[in-house]
Ligand binder design. Structure first.
Ligand SMILES: Cc1ncc(COP(=O)(O)O)c(C=O)c1O
Length: 345
C-alpha cells in the first residue's frame, strides 16, 4: 500500500486520556469536581450569540485580565487552546528537526509526542529515586543542540515539586541560548512556600517561559484555555505560530468570567489541598512510598502491579490512571469520591 503519512509516527504512542466510564467516579484526568465557577455558564451562553463571528485572534481582553492578575505586561502573554497546544507552539518556536529538547521522565506524556511530531530529538532524564526531577542531571544533559528544556513543576504524574534553591541553581547553569519552559499547569495547588511561582520569581530571566492553564484549578478543561508568560520577544514568536483563532470566543469569555471568580477558585483549591493531606496520609498507611505531592493528584509507585490495581479500582466503579509497569496517578476529588477510592486501597 502506498504510504501517505510519516513512517516515524508508527512508533509514536498515542496520547492516552483518562477514561470516562458512565456511572463511574473519574479520578483519572486531574479535573476539579465542582463544575464551572460562578459566572462562567452565563458568560458562555452570552458568547454563543456571536458564534457566527470569528473570535478576537489576539485575545486582547483575556490577556489584559491575565496581565492584571499576574502583574506582567500583556505583550509578555500568549494564549492558546490549552497549555498543551502552547507546548506544541513552543516546540515550533524553538526547535528545528534534529534539535534536542530535554525533559524529565516520567513526566507529562504529551511531551514525547509533541517533540517527535515537531522533529525534535527527545532527551529524557530519569527522575530521582523519590520520583522528582533530577535537575543537576538535566543541566548536565544540555548540549550545543539543546534548544528547549521543560521543567514540569509540580510534575505530572508524580506530583513532586522542585524548590527555589534547586531551581535557581539549575537556571544559573542553563546557557542563555537555551529556553527553559516551566510547566506550571498545577501551580494553584502548590502549598509549599519553598516552591517558587515561576512568573513572579523568574520573570526577569529572558530564557524562562511559564506555561499555565485554566483547565485545572479554574475548572475550564472542556473549553481549552492555556497561557504562556515569557519575554516580549518569546511571547511574540509564540503568538506568531499559534493556530489562528484557536482560543475560541467562548473560551475567552469563559476564562474572563472565571478570572473574576478567583476567591471561589481559591476556596475550591483549599478544599482539594485539605483532602490531599487526608487521602495521602490514609494511602501511605498501606503504600508508604507515595511521594509528597504539590498537585491535585498523587502517585502510587506500584511498578508491575499498576495495571492490576487500576483494574481493581474500576471493578469498584473508580477510574484511575495507570501507567503500565510504573505506577498509578489518582486525582484528588470531593470527600465522597475520595472515600470511594480509599475503599479500594
Ligand atoms: C503538566 C501538564 N501540562 C499541561 C497540561 C495541559 O493542560 P491543558 O491543555 O488542558 O491546558 C496538562 C494536562 O493534563 C498537564 O498535566
Amino acid at each position: 500500500m502506498t504510504r501517505l503519512t510519516r513512517a516515524d509516527l508508527d512508533a509514536l504512542p498515542a496520547y492516552v486520556a483518562g477514561r470516562t466510564v458512565p456511572g463511574a467516579i473519574k479520578l483519572a484526568s486531574n479535573e476539579v469536581p465542582y463544575g464551572p465557577l460562578p459566572g462562567v455558564v452565563d458568560a458562555v451562553a452570552a458568547s454563543i450569540t456571536g458564534a457566527h463571528r470569528y473570535p478576537d485572534p489576539g485575545a486582547t481582553a483575556l490577556r489584559a485580565a491575565l496581565s492584571d492578575r499576574l502583574g506582567v505586561d500583556p505583550d509578555r502573554i500568549a494564549t492558546g487552546c490549552g497549555s498543551v497546544a502552547l507546548t506544541e507552539h513552543l516546540f515550533r518556536t524553538t526547535c528545528l528537526p534534529g534539535d534536542e529538547a530535554i525533559y524529565a521522565w516520567r513526566s507529562f506524556e504529551a511531551y514525547p509526542i509533541i517533540a517527535a511530531t515537531s522533529g525534535a530529538t527527545s532527551v529524557r532524564v530519569p527522575n530521582t529515586g523519590t520520583h522528582g526531577h533530577d535537575l543537576p542531571a538535566m543541566a548536565a544533559a544540555i548540549t550545543d543542540k539543546t534548544r528547549l528544556v521543560i521543567v514540569c513543576n509540580p510534575n505530572n504524574p508524580t506530583g513532586t515539586a522542585v524548590g527555589k534553591a534547586e531551581l535557581d541553581a539549575f537556571l544559573d547553569a542553563v546557557p542563555p541560548t537555551v529556553l527553559v519552559a516551566l510547566d506550571e499547569a498545577y501551580r494553584e495547588f502548590v502549598t509549599d512556600p519553598d516552591v517558587p511561582d515561576g512568573i513572579a520569581t523568574y520573570g526577569d530571566r529572558p530564557n524562562v517561559v511559564v506555561l499555565r492553564t485554566l483547565s485545572k484549578a479554574w475548572g475550564l478543561a472542556g473549553l481549552r484555555v492555556g497561557y504562556l508568560v515569557g519575554s516580549p520577544e518569546v511571547a511574540a514568536a509564540v503568538r506568531k505560530v499559534v493556530t489562528p483563532f484557536s482560543t475560541s470566543a467562548t473560551a475567552q469569555a469563559a476564562a474572563l468570567a472565571a478570572l473574576q471568580a478567583s476567591d471561589e477558585m481559591q476556596r475550591r483549591v483549599d478544599l482539594i489541598t485539605a483532602e490531599r493531606e487526608r487521602v495521602v496520609s490514609a494511602v501511605r498507611k498501606v503504600y508508604p512510598d507515595v511521594p509528597d505531592t504539590q498537585s491535585n493528584f498523587f502517585w502510587l509507585p506500584l511498578g508491575d502491579a499498576a495495571t492490576d490495581f487500576a483494574a481493581k479500582c474500576e471493578e469498584s466503579g473508580v477510574i484511575v490512571r495507570a501507567f503500565a509497569g510504573d505506577g498509578v496517578r489518582v486525582t484528588i476529588s470531593s470527600p465522597g469520591e475520595n472515600d470511594a477510592f480509599l475503599d479500594c486501597v
